[in-house]
Write a protein that binds this ligand. Sequence first.
Ligand SMILES: [Zn+2]
Length: 209
Amino acid sequence: MPKPIADLIESFERLPGIGPKSSQRLTFYLLHFPQEELEKFAKSLIGLKTGTKLCSICKNVTENDICSVCDDPARDKKTIAVVASALDAFALEKTGFKGVYHVLHGIIDPLNNVGPEELFIKELVSRVKSLISESGEEDGGVEVILSTNTSMEGESTAMYISKIIRDGGIGEEKAKITRIARGLPVGGDIEYADDITLSRALDGRSKFA
Ligand SMILES: [Zn+2]
């Protein structure tokens, strides 16, 4: 196999969910692309990291020092949704959420060697602290919405963050800590839901009438 082809196959294989067969298929598919298209593709690959940075406030991926959400005066800066990834922030954004985000860039996962130090948790605590001191009053209306997945790792990450915030001297009177409601998915069938899902759906019930 010519080296340029073998090299590209090897690069594709490093992507998640792409095995040897798929990477061969993709490589030979690209071989039929016009050179101009390939150069455009290569350029966007190179620009992926050189053209982006992490927002200095929320750690979301952005082109500027401060992302468009943090920079928007219409957003409620005191309502922070803590999410595992930029994609999760993007999903919440589509719901019309009017607060701001804090992107952790992962969740605590000891089996895969991801500890709290690898995530932007310290930054979240100092962000909450400065929000509280800026507002100058005890009940400054700060809310941290823990919006990690309901997987075991997502749950323990949420638990860890709430503990670290409280241990950092930020009491209930200074900042509310909430968890996104868990329960039945849309179209979910009560009859077939497992016990944990159902009991969470009951716990997370909200006022209806
Ligand atoms: Zn931001």
